[in-house]
Design a protein around this ligand. Structure first.
Ligand SMILES: OC[C@H]1O[C@H](O)[C@H](O)[C@@H]1O
Length: 282
């Protein structure tokens, strides 16, 4: 079983020809709401391949009902999804015609999840893999990392959005799953740094690393090898949630005993299919 300790948001998405500059107004189209949140997206990705539960919090509003229902229909165990007073998390997303996005997250209920909620849920679920990201409070991320370490379970960490992470949390990551910009941040290197140096710096802090580089490749680093895996080439329509789907798929496959390199290959093929479609068609 995979336990995803993570965020759930209702996403308000708009498509634009190009994202506005500071002080500029542009016209948009296709204003839609979608179920989202990195945790929720990852749980749906994982649930296609392995029993999966989400540990998180939603508010007491219509958005909460929508998000809970979507998780349940995807086969995700929601018995540790807390309901808190007030609004559910929201995100505002601008998707440009080149498929790239800009996201603002308003955490709301996500910030009401407590460390004790996570420990209690993980004790009850007893997962083989704990997957988390950084849209919850830092003490909650810490609790997830600590539980996995204390119980000798696999801890998959997607350190997004970027924050200054405690080295205790990073040290348990096996793997750390992140994109190129995030990799530069955690490696403490400037844009344009040689890729093998980025991976080497990260491997000084974590056990294994998987870096997704859009249509370029996926880089997998362990203490034995650094490999650049080819990714399927597709026409990019919307990248939103593709990294989450990748992380969820990877965590599920690792939980079934798949090797890290094979799991990363399969996850990138699955994520490529998502990138090539609008969210309304997924
Ligand atoms: O990674 C995409 C997700 O980030 C934010 O959490 C949004 O809710 C969106 O669904």
């Amino acid at each position: 079983m995979v336990a995803v300790v993570g965020s759930l948001n209702l996403d308000l998405t708009v498509v634009v020809a190009r994202a506005p500059e500071e002080g500029e107004t542009v016209l948009g189209r296709h204003l839609r709401t979608y179920p989202g949140g990195k945790g929720a997206n990852q749980a749906i990705g994982a649930a296609r391949l392995a029993p999966t539960a989400i540990v998180g919090a939603v508010g007491s509003d219509h958005a909460a009902d929508v998000l809970r229902g979507v998780q349940q229909r995807a086969g995700v165990d929601t018995s540790h999804l807390r309901t808190t007073p007030g609004p559910t998390g929201r995100a505002v997303i601008i998707v440009s015609d080149d498929g790239q996005n800009r996201i603002v997250v308003v955490p709301e209920a996500n910030s009401l999840l407590k460390a004790e909620d996570v420990t209690t849920a993980l004790d009850a679920l007893d997962p083989a893999v704990v997957l988390t990201q950084l849209e919850l409070l830092p003490v909650v991320t810490w609790a997830a990392a600590q539980w996995a370490r204390d119980h000798d379970r696999r801890f998959v960490l997607n350190p997004s959005p970027v924050i200054d992470l405690d080295e205790y949390v990073l040290a348990g990551a096996d793997p750390l799953v992140l994109n190129e910009q995030e990799a530069l941040h955690y490696a403490g290197l400037p844009a344009g740094a040689p890729f093998d140096e980025i991976v080497t710096r990260l491997l000084e802090q974590v056990r294994t690393v998987v870096i997704t580089r859009g249509g370029e490749d996926v880089v997998v680093g362990t203490e034995d090898a650094i490999e650049h895996l080819r990714v399927p080439q597709v026409d990019v329509v919307d990248t939103t949630g593709a990294g989450d789907h990748f992380a969820g798929t990877l965590a599920a496959l690792l939980g079934t005993g798949e090797d890290l390199f094979a799991a990363a290959r399969r996850a990138s093929a699955d994520a490529a299919r998502l990138v090539a479609s609008r969210r309304s068609d997924r």
